[in-house]
Design a protein around this ligand. Sequence first.
Ligand code: AMP
Ligand code: MG
Length: 425
Amino acid sequence: MKTLEQVAASLQGYDPQALRADTAQQFLQTLVTPVEQSELVELKAALGRVLAHDVVSPIDVPAHDNSAMDGFAFNGALLQPGQPLVLDIAGTALAGAAWSGTITSTQCLKIMTGAVMPAGLDTVVPQELVQTDGQRITIPAGALHQGDNRRFKGEDLAKDKPALMAGARIGPAALGLLASLNLAQVSVQRKLQVAFFSTGDEILSLGESPREGAVYDSNRYTLFGLLTRMGVEVLDMGVVRDDPAALEAAFGAAASQADAIITSGGVSVGEADHTKAVMKSMAGGPSGVAFWKIAMRPGRPMAVGRIGNAMLFGLPGNPVAVMVTFLAFVRPALLQMMGCAVQGTPMLKAHSMDPIRKKPGRTEYQRAVVQTSSDGKLQVRITGQQGSGVLSSMVAANGLLVLPHDQGNVAIGQEVDVLMFDGVI
Ligand code: AMP
Ligand code: MG
């Protein structure tokens, strides 16, 4: 694995004192590598996991040409332009039982959805389109074309062709697809272990008596939520006192068990506590950890490095800054470590309902609500106070309005990017 210095040297204009948010994102991509171990799990347990190997389809799905409709199967070559077609009914083909019999050229077969198409028949007329007396049918002129309403063998998944690629995050649709291939077990990347703790002497754990100047630890709970939704194994290490020995013990324990360590607090400039010094010494010096000042709001300070084999993400202390830096940097990095082929989340474009003051030169993330207007367009509105400690406006939001580095003021009605929380956190 590369040291931070080696990676930084390959990036043009790397300045840890004023890093663009997008540069920091690219930087992280070059720094993390996917876990190498995989495991075989029962199909249902694969939901949310990352596929470790390509899945080659062992069978054709569907296994036979079959009917897409309840109706009558016949030889479509009999259709004549502008002519109705009259056919005798030779029998009935049900789904799940192959029909065995022979059909003459003036006959059709009553057929159910999913039933195997008998040899020589290639077209199905839906039952509601025909007139019938029970013995024969009349297909009106121009009602359909040869080949209509027939599903081909292997049209969903063809035998010996790739059905799913390694790196796919297995969602409900993929779970169903694997089941359609009769795969009861699937090989997935092992779960990522992520340890996290809060730092700072002013931080209280739940249940502790309030005291002046102290705040209850919310970061461990937002991080727990964000990490759990990603499907990683979480290791909550509590609040660690601002004491070198306690911090060393916590980093040591975290590094020995986890693939990634996330801390909050203690990484800003002029921070009086010991967090940064311990990070530096445990990371093996300045080449093992970088203290970034990112040109973004909220978020600015962040430590990135490695302690032992574990990636270190030292997030700022402010509760909203923790969530924003997690979504902007940590989540994509963790997805990459999980072996996920796609680490980005699609952004929506919505029209801003507010004028927004914004200076070019930093990336801003504003808490926002996206809604559909009466004319069917997406609109986005900022939710209240945007202070980096104000968690209530984060709760009120359903997404983050993202104003890129070079963006200036936004006028009412202007289109902006929104990162939606739904399906993400
Ligand atoms: P720091 O980055 O350590 O200077 O912290 C910035 C602000 O975030 C301070 O007001 C802290 O009290 C607050 N803060 C730090 N950690 C937490 C936490 N775990 N839960 C809630 N607030 C926190
Ligand atoms: Mg602090």
